[in-house]
Design a protein around this ligand. Structure first.
Ligand code: ZN
Length: 427
């Protein structure tokens, strides 16, 4: 497919202004292309469709998607990555996103230049919807490995730095737009309150990567004077949904993906979210159970957008690693960065047992060597500093139900900043 950034940008911009019917036509057209591609070029989907007695002609509209069986991360992992990569793909020509973070199940997704550009532009579109202007100074405090771009005056600040260093650098930078993990910002606000210091006055704060409680949202608004937006992404899809200025749910990027819900859900219960990408031809995701739950809001948003709105249902969790000497870290930030370079790590659960002892339960695809485990420990100490004990327990499985509710981190300690972050502790 021809790579033309200007045409990708134009299409993304235009589809935001389509009528409901025009959008549906576009989605059906893209879906038919994707289904045919997956059937012809991707061994996993060819086998899946065949086992369900389906041919590409059976899926003409988004309604027909229901005929296709749901795939979970485990199904794709069990099939092996080469089975759901389009045939003829040269991985060397691709970018990839390796996620670990809150799900506790690391996973690599490959995408070509065109798809990478689409992801970037989706990231920009949601910022523009939130009120971003070209002269804004943007600071991204998420994952240092994910964003190295300096476009649009964007600076990346590693979320794994000690809080006092983050504080000082942010104060020097004075961003007008801040993209950040809620726990990371919660720690910064806690630090700022204890010093009775005001440090930044961003106009827009976009929280992403984990739950942001209502109380933390109010604290961000009152302490920073910022308008808060929630962004929902995943390594598999890039930006999925984001809040507009009406703040009534997150608009799904409905021109690039189809969000539906698992058929086995009970009425009135939040259902598992299934996503079908309409633009990822390199590694297609069709009816993929992403591991989050939510509701879809069908009524039109006051902002006028025809994109449906998603309300995510999130678990309550203390996501702070609290070490001696008042050193505090966002667990999501630490695991995302520390555990990235381990392709055979399949699932994990990090537990803070005591003030100075952590246990990492890890499921590997193949038994890890002593070198791998030692390297994992070294990386952890590099970020958390000395004076901490880390035991790595190689296990066969991890409690799925618990991981669904509470994510990949458990602390046996009380939440050190519960009064400001509003995050309940688990026990
Ligand atoms: Zn809206």
């Amino acid at each position: 497919m021809l790579f033309n950034p200007a045409s990708i940008a134009w299409n993304l911009w235009r589809s935001r202004r389509l009528s409901v019917d025009e959008l549906q036509d576009l989605r059906n057209r893209k879906l038919r292309l994707m289904i045919r591609h997956a059937f012809e070029r991707v061994p996993y989907y060819r086998a899946l469709f065949t086992s369900a007695g389906l041919s590409p002609e059976d899926v003409q509209t988004t309604e027909d998607l229901k005929k296709i069986p749901v795939s979970a991360k485990e199904d794709l992992t069990a099939a092996g990555p080469d089975k759901f990569l389009a045939q003829g793909t040269d991985k060397g020509d691709c970018s990839f996103s390796r996620t670990s973070g809150s799900s506790g199940k690391p996973f690599s997704t490959y995408f070509n230049r065109r798809e990478r550009m689409t992801r970037r532009l989706l990231g920009l579109r949601r910022l523009v919807d939130a009120g971003f202007r070209p002269w804004d100074r943007v600071c991204v405090m998420c994952d240092p490995g994910q964003l190295r771009s300096r476009r649009f005056r964007t600076r990346c600040l590693p979320a794994t730095l000690p809080v006092e260093e983050q504080f000082a650098r942010l104060r020097a930078m004075q961003p007008t737009v801040l993209l950040v993990w809620p726990t990371v910002l919660g720690l910064l606000l806690y630090y700022a309150r204890r010093r009775s210091e005001r440090f930044i006055r961003p106009r827009i704060v976009a929280v992403t990567g984990e739950e942001c409680s209502d109380e933390l949202r109010r604290t961000i608004e009152s302490d920073l004077g910022a308008e808060v937006f929630s962004f929902y992404n995943a390594g598999e899809f890039g930006p999925i949904a984001s809040e507009c200025r009406a703040h009534q749910g997150l608009h799904v990027n409905a021109d690039q993906m189809i969000v539906e819900f698992a058929p086995d859900a009970q009425a009135d219960e939040p259902s598992d979210i299934l996503i079908t990408s309409l633009y990822s031809f390199t590694m297609p995701y069709i009816r993929y159970r992403i591991g989050d739950a939510g509701f879809l809001e069908e009524k039109q948003c006051p902002c006028g957008s025809c994109f449906p709105r998603l309300r995510l249902v999130e678990g309550r969790n203390n996501n702070i690693i609290h070490l001696p000497g008042e050193r505090m870290f966002s667990a999501s930030a630490v695991v995302s960065v520390v555990l990235r370079p381990f392709p055979t790590l399949r699932k994990f659960h990090l537990i803070q047992e005591t003030a100075d002892r952590l246990v990492l339960q890890a499921v590997f695809l193949e038994p890890p060597t002593a070198e791998i485990l030692a390297y994992m420990q070294r990386r952890m100490f590099e970020y958390l500093g000395s004076g901490v004990k880390l035991d790595i327990a190689v296990v066969d499985s991890i409690d799925e139900e618990r991981a669904r509710k509470f994510g990949s981190f458990t602390s046996r300690l009380p939440n050190p900043i519960s009064s400001i972050a509003g995050a309940d502790t688990q026990r």
